[in-house]
Design a binder for this molecule. Structure first.
Ligand code: MEV
Length: 425
């Protein structure tokens, strides 16, 4: 299936025309993508099986990140976000990156860590070595919990033991490091940790309390690198501005939090669209931002020897293709189909590429005209709708708001009254 991620003029099409254009560009069977626009009545019964006390849905807009080329292959990227400008900015910067080959991405092995906390150990350092002596037995017992994962090439890989002396006592913490393959992995590693706990308690001669994965998924990293030509970004001074903006994020946690939020705008949108666990990915990214003891930027912006911008990003990326909402939610399934990925690693690479595009998009806007101008029209649409404009009235109200230079609820109400009274724009 050959995908063309270029979708020129896509935003100008009507909703139905966009769907047809998407089906054509993706090369997928349109019926296989139909669930991208599934109606709420189709999803409600599924929602009831997904969470407790279900009463409804909270639909979030799903759009397409265009122009993405990752490791030489085009991908149309489903993005779920309530925020205006996010999808446009990512698509825009993906187009700039494309000129220099797109995004070059890599991943580590998909290793997740389960922690088992052991308390009341009289001899923690000796317990640590006793546990290491039983490594093979413990790894084999872990693998017995998930023969399917083992058959697919995954399974328990390492046993690490940490002795943590805290003000409230000493914890012996066992890390079970598991290759979770194409799963997000939480279920697999939690099951293993719970199964191993009694034997770990016995060997350590202590009392086990927590048995749960760590969301500091720093053994499961995804990385993206892209070059953005200076002339396509708006000139060398824009590259300088982006690098200077990045430098503040590198030096100042107040700016770093916002810089990283811009990255998460892209990352969370793809993670959500594919039915993956946004909070797990966010927790992993935040822990990564403070991995050296000081909160800082997740990405790096440099000027290369040719004066172009080279941007890089590395974050934990615990996303999967099997299990969870990715398998049960029809929209998520259709989103994964559209992405045309075979492995969780490929999905992780696309997610991190989108995070990087988003980040550069925000920095370019901030280093030039600021973000408000770009936001204005979409923001005005939201304000017009909130003021009560019917679909046929929205564009006219938006034009009045933007021309008036103040996008506010009171102005929208006034513009709507004028429009309905037949006043000229
Ligand atoms: C807004 O959602 C995200 C930005 O604030 C990111 C940034 O400042 O880099 C524009």
């Amino acid at each position: 299936m050959s995908v063309n991620s270029r979708l020129p003029g896509f935003y100008k099409l009507a909703l139905d025309e966009r769907f047809a254009a998407l089906a054509e560009a993706s090369g997928a069977d349109p019926a296989a993508l139909e669930d991208l626009r599934a109606e709420r009545d189709a999803i409600l019964p599924i929602a009831d099986g997904m969470v407790e006390n279900a009463v409804g849905l909270m639909p979030v807009p799903l759009g397409i990140g265009a122009n993405f080329r990752v490791n030489g292959r085009d991908h149309l990227v489903p993005m779920a976000s309530e925020e205006p400008s996010v999808i446009a900015a990512a698509s825009n910067l993906a187009q700039v990156a494309r000129e220099r080959g797109g995004f070059f991405c890599s991943t580590t092995a998909p290793l997740m860590i389960a922690q088992v906390q052991v308390l009341d150990v009289a001899d923690p350092h000796a317990a640590k070595l006793r546990l290491h002596e039983h490594r093979d037995e413990l790894l084999a017992a872990a693998d017995e919990q998930d023969p399917v994962l083992v058959r697919l090439g995954g399974g328990a890989r390492e046993l690490e033991v940490r002795v943590i002396d805290g003000p409230r006592g000493t914890h012996v913490v066992v890390h079970l490091v598991v290759d979770v393959g194409d799963a997000m992995g939480a279920n697999a590693v939690n099951t293993m940790a719970e199964a191993l706990a009694p034997r770990i308690a016995e060997i350590a001669r202590g009392r086990v309390l927590l048995r749960i994965l760590s969301n500091k998924a720093d053994r499961r990293l995804a990385r993206a690198r892209a070059v953005f030509a200076a002339d396509k970004l708006g000139g060398p001074q824009v590259v300088d501005g982006i690098v200077e903006a990045y430098q503040l994020a590198a030096d100042d946690p107040y700016r770093a939090a916002t810089h990283n939020k811009g990255i998460m705008n892209g990352i969370s949108a793809v993670v959500l669209a594919t039915g993956n666990d946004t909070r797990a990915v966010e927790a992993g990214c935040h822990s990564h931002a403070v991995r050296d003891g000081r909160y800082t930027t997740l990405s790096h912006m440099e000027r290369d020897a040719d004066g172009d911008l080279v941007a890089t990003l590395e974050v934990p990326m615990p996303v999967g293709l099997v299990g969870g909402a990715t398998k049960t939610h029809p929209t998520a399934r259709a989103a994964v189909r559209l992405l045309a990925v075979e492995t969780a690693a490929e999905l992780a690479q696309i997610v991190v590429a989108v995070g990087l595009a988003q980040n550069v998009g925000a920095l370019r806007a901030l280093a030039t005209e600021g973000i408000q101008r770009g936001h204005m029209t979409l923001h005005a649409r939201n304000v017009a709708i909130a003021a009560g404009a019917a679909p046929g009235e929205v564009d006219a109200v938006v034009r009045r708001l933007v021309a008036g230079g103040a996008v506010r609820a009171d102005r929208a109400e006034a513009a709507l009254s004028e429009l309905r009274a037949g006043a000229p724009a």
